[in-house]
Design a protein around this ligand. Structure first.
Ligand SMILES: Cc1cc2nc3c(=O)[nH]c(=O)nc-3n(C[C@H](O)[C@H](O)[C@H](O)COP(=O)(O)OP(=O)(O)OC[C@H]3O[C@@H](n4cnc5c(N)ncnc54)[C@H](O)[C@@H]3O)c2cc1C
Length: 550
């Protein structure tokens, strides 16, 4: 294969989410103000900026306000500025309006947004400032200096390689993007973060990472929908269909143009091997409260994504020689508020401030880059995450125990009964199934408009991959799938994946069939596989979902 080109930059941002886009913009603003010449590049594996962005989302605008006080005047796409909350506990057929909503669930002053639209807009702002944006480029390898520990950039993946690894007529070698500082903002469960973690030990001596997964839709409601004319714009629920022993809950936000965002978040430390998050989402839609709101509607877009839910005690070391870690990649989401856009953006901005110091001191080693961790610790990111430091652990408790811990933390500003409270279950935990136990009946009455099956959901996410390319999902040991996993858990990959990427074929002998072109890049498989037998790597840049309104 032909030589790889090298492209030297001063600063490289890996990932085009809110963390890195805010970071790149702030770096440009600061360097221009100081007369520093800093060449900034940003790569994003999605085909365009925004195409892999999926969130709720209610955004606390404080970071954006700091970045661009005139963001609304500059055309920032806000769906709604009024957040009027409703909070319910759901039983299978009923609802209980919560008499008291904890302060962290109040959303007054926040904005309802589509993350996909927001990042696309931030990408345009960044480009106007002269930042080089490279969508369709996946970072596939971290580059290190001669000492083997200084990060000196990232290699992007080759394009035009066939499924056997041979170059096709369309072959384009990847590029080695070198930089004095590389900022990793890959979002939850980054594939390069995994490698950096192994090599540099940045996750050592921290609590284990915690993840949740979510399926989300944007639904268009009929113009005469009663919900559209009601004052409520934000609905949060817990209980049905997950009950009180599985973390998670539902959200419904009113957007523009008769649209709503509807989603269900499921904690990936669940232990029921037969649970299928997608089916739970459909059951959620069938609950009378939700079914009444969405009736007559049509799903416009669907998608799935994971979120980093661990927070304070799971945050890695935030710097290395030549590297900084921001946003969900560094576990900075506040799960108590189900908000990470503002903390991600602020972390990117603090990274930018540190990079300016490093360039001024002409030292991009940990000597100066460690200031970033100090800045995060003395910022409002730390204040927020510290208040929620034991929250994910409390939600991991079953039944009444969960309420006791959550309540105790509420009145003690996060300390609770035990501090630090241990994370008891990792995401790989599943209970062994008894012989003969079958998965529950699946929803059958999809209408293809408002209730859609997984494959229609994949279609509605716009997901597309080059078919003839090496499989980006590595199943390390197929024997485990066909023997141990089949017998013990009945292959939960066929259920936890929201894209129907994994199918077991029993006819003519048991076989695991992979459909990698359905992959929504949520990475639930790598997180939830009970044998840690699946590794998610980036497919050819530009492949994956094509979100535009979620
Ligand atoms: C269902 C759901 C609901 C949520 N609700 C809310 C909410 O209401 N309010 C709120 O504030 N937050 C919410 N969040 C959390 C919020 O979306 C995240 O905290 C935030 O998006 C994190 O930003 P980030 O930039 O760190 O990562 P991301 O937004 O995940 O962006 C990372 C980007 O990096 C790209 N990338 C990854 N790896 C590579 C690579 N190797 N090479 C190139 N590109 C790469 C990805 O394609 C992606 O575009 C929600 C999240 C989910 C999933």
């Amino acid at each position: 294969m032909s030589e790889r080109e090298e492209m030297p930059l001063d600063v490289l941002f890996v990932g085009g989410g809110p963390a890195n886009l805010a970071g790149a913009i702030h770096l440009k603003q600061l360097s221009q103000a100081k007369g520093l010449e800093i060449e900034i590049g940003l790569i994003e594996k999605g085909d365009t900026i925004g195409s892999h962005s999926l969130s709720g989302a209610i955004m606390d605008p404080k970071a954006l306000q700091e970045l661009m006080p005139d963001y609304e005047a500059r055309g920032c796409p806000v769906e709604r500025s009024e957040c009027r909350d409703a909070f319910y506990y759901l039983t299978p057929g009923g609802k209980l309006a919560m008499p008291y909503t904890p302060s962290y669930m109040h959303n007054a002053g926040c904005k309802i947004i589509s993350l996909s639209k927001l990042t696309r807009w931030l990408g345009e702002v960044a480009e106007e400032l002269g930042i080089m944006i490279f969508p369709g480029f996946a970072g596939t390898e971290v580059l290190y200096g001669a000492d083997g520990k200084t990060v000196v950039g990232v290699a992007t993946g080759d394009k035009g390689v066939d499924k056997d690894g041979k170059p096709k007529g369309t072959f384009e070698p990847g590029v080695n993007l070198t930089a004095r500082v590389t900022v990793f903002g890959e979002g939850p469960k980054g594939s390069l973060m995994r490698e950096v973690g192994k090599k540099l030990g940045i996750f050592e001596n921290r609590m284990p990472q915690v993840f949740e997964t979510a399926i989300k839709e944007v639904i268009e409601l009929p113009g005469d929908s009663a919900f559209l004319s009601s004052p409520t714009t934000v609905v949060h629920t817990f209980g049905h269909p997950l009950g009180l022993s599985t973390k998670g809950g539902g959200f419904l936000y009113k957007m523009k143009d008769n649209r709503i965002a509807l989603g269900l978040v499921v904690g990936l430390d669940y232990d029921n091997a037969l649970l299928e998050p997608y089916e739970a989402f459909v059951q959620y839609k069938r609950h009378p409260l939700i079914a009444e709101i969405i009736k007559g509607g049509k799903v416009l877009q669907q998608g799935a994504k994971t979120l980093s839910a661990g927070g304070y005690y799971t945050m890695p070391q935030l710097y290395a020689d030549g590297a900084l870690f921001v946003g969900d990649s560094a576990s900075m989401l506040n799960i108590q508020r189900l908000k990470g856009v503002h903390t991600a953006m602020k972390s990117g901005m603090l990274a930018a401030e540190t990079i300016v110091e490093a360039f001024e001191a002409d030292d991009c080693t940990s000597n100066v880059l460690k200031n970033y961790e100090a800045k995060v610790k003395s910022s409002w990111i730390n204040d927020e995450l510290y208040l929620a430091r034991n929250f994910t652990q409390a939600l991991g408790k079953k039944g009444v125990g969960m309420f006791i811990h959550v309540g105790a933390q509420y009145v003690t500003r996060g300390r609770g009964i035990i501090d630090p409270m241990a994370i008891e279950k990792d995401s790989f935990t599943l209970k062994e199934l008894k012989p003969g136990v079958a998965a529950p009946e699946k929803e059958k009455s999809y209408d293809g408009e408002l209730y859609v099956d997984k494959l229609t959901g994949v279609y509605l996410s716009g997901t597309r991959h080059e078919e003839d390319q090496p499989c980006h999902l590595q199943v390390l040991d197929m024997d485990i799938c066909l023997n141990a996993c089949f017998k013990t858990y009945r292959n939960p990959c066929t259920r936890f994946c929201p894209g129907q990427v994994y199918e077991m074929e029993e006819e003519g002998g048991l076989r695991l069939k992979l459909n990698p072109s359905n992959c929504l890049h949520c990475k639930t498989c790598e997180i939830k596989d009970p044998y840690e037998n699946i590794i998610w790597t980036c497919p050819e840049g530009g492949g994956g979902p094509n979100y535009s309104i979620v």
